[in-house]
Design a binder for this molecule. Structure first.
Ligand code: SAM
Ligand code: SF4
Length: 354
C-alpha cells in the first residue's frame, strides 16, 4: 500500500485503516501526523474548544474491569456533590468564559431523573453554555426529560466495538445495547460523543480500526480515544499502560477518517506523558477538557492514579492553557464549540440534521 495515496483518500477501507495504525517507521508516523493536522485545520481551524468538566459523584453501580470507580472497589473514598454545589461550580466555569459544562459521574442513581433535570435547568438559567451529560447508561425516558430540561450533548464511550471483549470488560453485557443508547440519544437531538480506550488487555489494531469505523457509522459529533491506565484494586491493576504512540496514531487516523468531528486531547493522554496535551493537539485533536471538580473531591475521582489534573487550580487553568497553545500557534476559542456537523462550509450556517 502506498502511504501518501492512502493518506489523501476521501474514504478509507478497514484494511487501509489497519495499515495506518500499524505504521512503525518514524518518518511514516510524521507523515501521518502531518496529514491529520492538515485535516484538523481544514475542518475545525486553529481554535481549541474547552469543555469544563465537573466530576460530581464517584459512586458507581457498574463494575467495568478497568475502572477505579467500579462498584466492587472498596478502597476509594466515595463522595457526592450537592446540587447547589454543582450549579455553583458550573457558574464559576462559565464566568471564566468556558461555555461547555460536562457533568460526569459513575452510574449513580442517587441523582434521579428530576434531580439531574433540576441541575441542568438551573445551569442553563445562568448562562448560554452547552451542557454535556456523561452519566453512563441511563433510562431512555430520562434522556428525553433531560433534553427537555436543556441538555445539549451526551458522552457515552462504546469502549470497544469487539463484542467478545466488551462482554469480558462489562460483565457479559452487549455492545449492541450501548449502541442503541447512542442512536436513541442522537434521535432526540443530542450531539453525541463516544470512543474507545487504547491498550485494554487483548485489544488489537484490528479492534481499534473497528472502533474508528463504528464512530463513523454513528456519525459522532465528538470521538474520544484515550490510553488505558491501570488502576489499583481493579482486575487489570497489573496490566500494561496503553501506548502513547498508538494513542496518537489512533487520533490521527480518526481525524483523517472522521474529518468534521471534535477530538479531545484527553486527561489520560496528559497523565501518561507530560507533553500529552500538546502532542494530542498536533495529532488531530481540537478539544481540551480541563477539570473543574472542586479540589477537595478531585483526588477521589480515581478512575486511574496520578491524574495530571490533580494539582490544576481552576482559576489558573485558562492562563496556563493559553500559554501552552501559543507555543503551537493555536488559541482558545470563545465559542461553545457545538458540533462541526451543524455548519456548512465557511458560512457556518446552522443546519440541524436531526
Ligand atoms: N460512568 C460514565 C461512563 O462510564 O460513561 C462516566 C464516567 S467514566 C469514569 C468515563 C470514562 O473513563 C469511561 O468512558 C472510560 O473510557 C474511562 N476510563 C475508565 N477507566 C479507565 C482507565 N483505567 N484508563 C483509561 N480510561 C478509563
Ligand atoms: Fe462506572 Fe463509568 Fe467506571 Fe464503568 S467506566 S465503572 S460505568 S464510572
Amino acid at each position: 500500500m502506498q502511504l501518501d495515496e492512502v493518506l489523501h483518500k476521501e474514504k478509507l477501507t478497514r484494511d487501509e485503516i489497519i495499515f495506518l495504525l500499524k505504521l512503525k517507521d518514524e518518518n511514516d508516523m510524521r507523515k501521518l501526523i502531518k496529514r491529520a493536522d492538515e485535516v484538523r485545520k481544514k475542518y475545525s481551524g486553529d481554535e481549541v474548544y474547552l469543555r469544563g468538566i465537573i466530576e460530581f459523584s464517584n459512586y458507581c453501580s457498574e463494575n467495568c474491569l478497568y475502572c477505579g470507580l467500579r462498584n466492587d472497589n472498596a478502597n476509594i473514598k466515595r463522595y457526592r456533590m450537592q446540587p447547589e454545589e454543582i450549579i455553583e461550580t458550573a457558574k464559576q466555569i462559565s464566568n471564566l468564559g468556558i461555555y461547555t459544562i460536562v457533568l460526569q459521574s459513575g452510574e449513580d442513581y442517587y441523582y434521579d431523573t428530576d434531580l439531574i433535570a433540576y441541575i441542568i435547568y438551573s445551569i442553563k438559567q445562568h448562562s448560554n453554555c452547552a451542557v454535556t451529560l456523561s452519566l453512563g447508561e441511563r433510562g431512555f425516558d430520562e434522556y428525553r426529560i433531560w433534553k427537555l430540561a436543556g441538555a445539549d450533548r451526551y458522552l457515552l464511550k462504546h469502549e470497544t466495538a469487539n463484542q467478545k471483549l466488551y462482554s469480558i470488560y462489562h460483565n457479559h453485557q452487549m455492545v449492541g445495547g450501548r449502541i442503541r443508547h447512542l442512536k436513541f440519544l442522537k434521535s432526540l437531538g443530542y450531539q453525541i460523543g463516544s470512543g474507545n480506550i487504547i491498550g485494554l488487555p487483548m485489544q488489537t489494531e484490528e479492534d481499534i480500526a473497528d472502533d474508528i469505523l463504528l464512530c463513523d457509522e454513528l456519525d459522532l459529533d465528538m470521538a474520544v480515544f484515550g490510553p488505558f491506565i491501570p488502576a489499583p484494586f481493579t482486575p487489570y491493576q497489573n496490566r500494561r499502560t496503553g501506548s502513547i504512540k498508538l494513542t496518537l496514531k489512533t487520533m490521527a487516523v480518526a481525524r483523517i477518517v472522521l474529518k468534521n468531528v471534535h477530538i479531545p486531547a484527553t486527561t489520560a493522554l496528559a497523565t501518561i506523558d507530560e507533553a500529552g496535551r500538546i502532542k494530542g493537539l498536533t495529532s488531530g485533536a481540537n478539544v481540551i477538557m480541563p477539570d473543574f471538580t472542586p479540589l477537595q473531591y478531585r483526588e477521589n475521582y480515581e478512575i486511574y492514579p496520578n491524574r495530571n489534573t490533580l494539582k490544576e487550580e481552576p482559576n489558573n487553568v485558562k492562563t496556563l492553557l493559553t500559554l501552552q497553545l501559543e507555543s503551537i500557534g493555536r488559541k482558545i476559542s470563545s465559542e461553545r464549540g457545538d458540533s462541526l456537523k451543524l455548519y456548512f462550509g465557511s458560512d457556518r450556517i446552522l443546519h440541524y440534521p436531526y
